[in-house]
Ligand binder design. Structure first.
Ligand SMILES: C[S@@+](CC[C@H](N)C(=O)[O-])C[C@H]1O[C@@H](n2cnc3c(N)ncnc32)[C@H](O)[C@@H]1O
Length: 284
């Protein structure tokens, strides 16, 4: 495994994924019932934007940095900015620009209530050790230095009837698309009412089309969010990505529609960049 999320933390793909993740957390914790959260590919939890990886790639400057300086963000993006700034402030540096960026575990954690449960899986030993250090002494999260796909099998269905499962693989393996689709199909068979969010890169259009068709077959309600910065998509680099959300809570589509339009205007690299949202299954 060569992938290190430190190069990509806070880029446009993280922005899309994390705006949606926070909105899912907000809506799923609005009711009294206990929530189980599983982050199958958690990364190291938090990222130093002054660290070697972030400095070398500079990707966050075209992602979160642009979001922070743009006008009139819609409510879901405002909440995301607040969460990101809240994490950064813990380091006591402050200032207009960020020094640290929260990964998915650090965005999930503040929204957990007493009695909610969260399990974070990270298969890379070095990243998992950093994740443990990030959450040292925190009893609200359980960290597993193991395969996130195996966790889907082992942990679902959860005793809590509400579950949010984030699946955010690195897509460095050529079979990641079918692997993710297969894992999701099994998870849905065991836990049909769970809310699942699967991030994917939009580079290999044929693989994405197969994934979308598989989800449309296996899920009764599924929403596909897409953020593309340029069109047509060049072969090099990542310029478009998506997030498939199965069983999204009510009103999630409305707040993400507004967020996607704003994010596309803010982050696109030419006038053809766009954000879109469509139902793969169960359109209202
Ligand atoms: C895209 S990053 C995760 C980013 C994180 N979810 C966030 O939003 O901050 C993917 C992570 O998955 C880890 N990984 C790769 N294969 C894995 C597997 N089979 N199970 C669990 N983690 C894995 C990688 O080491 C990497 O840290």
């Amino acid at each position: 495994m060569n992938y290190r999320h430190g190069f990509h933390a806070g880029n446009f793909a993280d922005v899309l994924k994390h705006v949606a993740l926070l909105e899912l957390m907000r809506l799923l914790t609005a009711k009294d019932r206990k929530l189980f959260v599983l982050d199958t590919h958690a990364g190291r939890g938090g990222y130093d934007l002054g660290g070697e990886q972030a400095v070398r790639s500079g990707e966050w400057r075209d992602g979160i940095a642009r979001v922070l300086t743009a006008d009139a963000p819609p409510p879901a993006v405002q909440r995301y900015i607040k969460a990101v700034r809240g994490y950064d402030r813990k380091f006591g540096i402050g200032g207009e620009m960020l020094a640290h960026y929260p990964g998915s575990p650090r965005l999930i954690r503040p929204l957990l209530r007493a009695g909610d449960r969260c399990i974070l899986c990270e298969a890379h030993a070095g990243e998992a050790a950093l994740l443990r250090r990030e959450f040292a002494g925190d009893k609200a999260v359980e960290i597993r230095a193991s395969d996130g796909y195996a966790a889907l099998k082992a942990l679902l269905p959860s005793p809590e009837r509400r579950g949010l499962i984030l699946i955010d693989p690195p897509f460095e393996r050529s079979d990641e698309f079918p692997r993710a689709a297969h894992a999701l199909a099994g998870a849905l068979r065991r836990f049909a009412t769970g809310v699942y969010a699967l991030w994917y890169p939009l580079k290999d259009e044929a693989a994405v089309a197969l994934l979308r068709a598989a989800i449309a077959d296996m899920a009764s309600r599924a929403l596909d969010l897409e953020l593309s910065l340029v069109r047509p998509i060049p072969a090099e680099g990542l310029h478009a990505c998506g997030l498939i959300v199965i069983n999204p809570p009510w009103t999630f589509d409305e707040s993400l529609r507004a967020a996607l339009a704003w994010l596309a205007r803010t982050l696109r690299r030419d006038s053809s960049g766009q954000g879109s949202l469509r139902w793969l299954a169960g359109a209202p």
